[in-house]
Write a protein that binds this ligand. Structure first.
Ligand SMILES: *[C@@H]1O[C@H](CO)[C@@H](O)[C@H](O)[C@H]1NC(C)=O
Length: 642
């Protein structure tokens, strides 16, 4: 796995983007592999991952292990398993794919084959393996790019589909860990004519056979294999292969994996939340527009009265002028530079970068460019887009900083591409240390880290510098009203306008918009299902943006009416407060769905959740700030000020 692999995957993505495909889901870049009779079909092995337990429906670990971890004593091919080249996203998301000693020959049934010589599993390894069985670990294989799975019938809709992965072992009635040492591999093939065959489905039925050594346990004694933790255990790994003709076409072979668990619930909750959100936004909009119209009309009438007053024709207008209140009063302060303009502009730069990256990624996915058959394409595209959009980050940060009247432009240029990525990278590195300590394969290899650092320094940082340069060259955004010399006194505010209550109130709404989809994404992330409902995600993203903008604008309106002109940070932090709910939701999810035995799993879970929440904070904060800024620009340019 070298730079070449990355380049190749990146090039193929570029090719994918350029060629517009006729099929929405399956890509021209991923051409079918055809096999002739007696051709070898490669079986690759991926990492072992924890799966949901059937008993308590909970996940007991988040660590994954490499297939060739010594303790498992799985058979290796001659010369050891070789790494199969993967895309960057695939590695970041934990795939560790290697070659294997399995020999599958197209159309050749095989009832029992030994994989390698008898292995001796020692006490320590037995303990390790038994623990993994108790934690419901799954094996993940890839045959012709298709994940080996188990058949599953959804009880609520009675539809059959394939769950990825199959169990390492099981726990029997006597509460003993039983190891699966025989695999029946059932492969569906499709006859494409002219003696060409394609793989269109892979199921593995694992079983445990204590007497596997003799004739693959064909004696069918019901004896299962349990590993004793008090002595050495001889284990023989065996497998059988069954080729079954199928009418499934190659182009739709992924369909059985993309099963929506109860789509009705999905639709229902999505429509539910969007109706509430749309209703809410409509209300906010109506209130605001009416109130503003009244305010602006009043202000401008007062203005004309005041002018009349000067010319001495009207006597009673003076009282009305005294009554002048609300947001107009702070016109001389509303564009005053906020505290820490540097930090805010750096956050806003990064936030814009994230905003465009997420939007573009979801759009690509929606258009079918990131099909699940292209492993890791989602991760790769996200990293790549974030890197390229460094330009936007630099530009926004510089322009905002210039508008704030910032002086330390060198620091702004340097911090924009480094600050948030350093925080993310440092957290990632720390969490990786835990994974390394646990010998988990989830740890991102050091070389991959170097490659990411390289991409970041060579592409992202210069692009960001270029963006900053452009941003500083452009004129700042001119405020419609002048800033007074002396800052106004801010009257004490009511409870709900104080930072924390307002954050708690406002933050929940954008969170409400994405809550449902977040739940599905988390399910997919922690339970290894394929997430593909990008249509839903796209809608949710749009609804979230609208909601965030609407509620932040409302908050800023109330703030200004209360004569509090420190709206910049307040808009950012209040909109970003939905990240707090995202984190709380992750903790709730932990309580309800996950039960970790180990400290490391807990640390990792909390660490990754914090990281995601932090990025979400910056993203929503940025959306909130810019909508509030546009709003403030609009309303102050519509009133006359002497
Ligand atoms: C392999 O075995 C299965 C089931 O035993 C059978 O349905 C199938 O036709 C066989 N395939 C070949 C190529 O002989």
């Amino acid at each position: 796995m070298g730079l070449q692999g990355y380049l190749r995957s990146h090039l193929s993505i570029c090719a994918l983007l350029l060629s517009s495909s006729a099929s929405a889901f399956y890509l021209p870049g991923v051409a079918p592999t055809t096999y002739k009779e007696n051709d070898k079909v490669p079986l690759y092995v991926n990492h072992l991952t924890p799966a949901l337990s059937d008993k308590d429906s909970q996940l007991h670990s988040v660590l994954s292990y490499e297939y060739y971890h010594d303790a498992f004593h799985f058979c290796r091919p001659e010369g050891g398993g070789k790494d199969v080249s993967e895309s960057l996203g695939s590695i970041l998301f934990g795939d560790r794919i290697s070659t294997s000693p399995f020999e599958l020959t197209m159309m050749k049934n095989e009832t029992c084959k030994r994989l390698c010589d008898e292995q001796k599993i020692d006490q320590r390894s037995a303990k390790f393996v038994n623990r993994r069985i108790w934690q419901h670990y799954n094996l993940n294989w890839l045959i012709d790019g298709l994940p080996a799975g188990q058949p599953y019938t959804d009880p609520s809709t009675n539809t059959d589909f394939t769950l990825r992965g199959f169990p390492l072992g099981s726990v029997d009635k006597e509460q003993k860990a039983v190891l699966n040492n025989h695999y029946d591999i059932v492969i569906n093939y499709h006859d494409a004519g002219k003696g060409q065959y394609r793989v269109v489905g892979v199921l593995v039925v694992p079983s445990s056979r204590a007497d596997s050594a003799q004739d693959c346990g064909n004696a069918k004694s019901e004896q299962t294999l349990t590993l004793s933790e008090e002595g050495e255990n001889p284990v023989t790994w065996t497998y059988g292969v069954y080729w079954i003709p199928s009418s499934t076409a190659w182009a739709v072979r992924w369909d059985s994996y993309l099963h929506v668990f109860d789509p009705k619930i999905h639709w229902f909750s999505l429509i539910n939340s969007s109706v509430i959100v749309v209703f809410l936004c409509g209300m906010v909009g109506a209130i605001l527009i009416r109130a503003l119209k009244k305010d602006i009309a009043r202000y401008n009438k007062l203005e004309s009265f005041a002018l009349d007053d000067l010319s001495g024709t009207n006597g009673h207008a003076e009282d009305d002028v005294q009554e002048d209140s609300g947001w107009k009063l702070v016109h001389g302060d509303v564009f005053r530079t906020p505290k820490n303009p540097l930090l805010l502009s750096v956050f806003l730069g990064t936030g814009s970068q994230l905003f465009v990256m997420v939007g573009t990624t979801i759009t690509f996915a929606l258009l079918g460019f990131l099909s699940p058959s292209n492993r890791g394409s989602l991760g790769t595209v996200m990293v790549l887009l974030y890197t390229i959009f460094g330009f936007i980050g630099g530009y926004v940060s510089a322009r905002v900083y210039k508008t704030f009247g910032g002086e330390a432009w060198k620091r702004n240029i340097a911090l924009t591409p480094t600050m948030v990525p350093s925080i993310v990278f440092a957290t990632f590195f720390l969490l990786n240390l835990f994974l390394w300590a646990k010998q988990s394969s989830g740890a991102v290899p050091f070389t991959t880290m170097l490659v990411i650092l390289g991409i970041w320094f060579v592409i992202s940082v210069p692009l960001s510098f270029a963006g900053s340069w452009m941003g500083f060259r452009h004129a700042p955004v001119n405020p419609p009203v002048r800033v007074n010399q002396i800052p106004r006194q801010i009257p004490p505010s009511t409870t709900y306008l104080r930072p924390f209550p307002s954050m708690a109130l406002v933050g929940i709404l954008p969170f409400g918009a994405i809550f449902v989809e977040l739940y599905f994404i988390m399910n997919n992330m922690w339970f290894g299902k394929v997430y593909y409902m990008f249509g839903f995600l796209f809608l949710c993203y749009a609804i979230m943006i609208i909601t965030t903008a609407a509620v932040t604008v409302l908050l800023v309106y109330f703030l200004l009416c209360a004569e509090n002109y420190h709206w910049q940070w307040r808009a950012f932090s209040t909109a970003g407060a939905s990240a707090g709910y995202v984190f709380a939701n992750a903790l709730l999810y932990w309580i309800s769905k996950l039960s970790f035995g180990s400290f490391t799993s807990g640390v990792l879970y909390v660490g990754y959740s914090l990281l995601v929440s932090f990025l979400f904070f910056i993203l929503t904060g940025t959306i909130g700030f810019f909508s509030a800024w546009m709003f403030v620009q609009r309303i102050y340019s519509s009133i006359k000020i002497d």
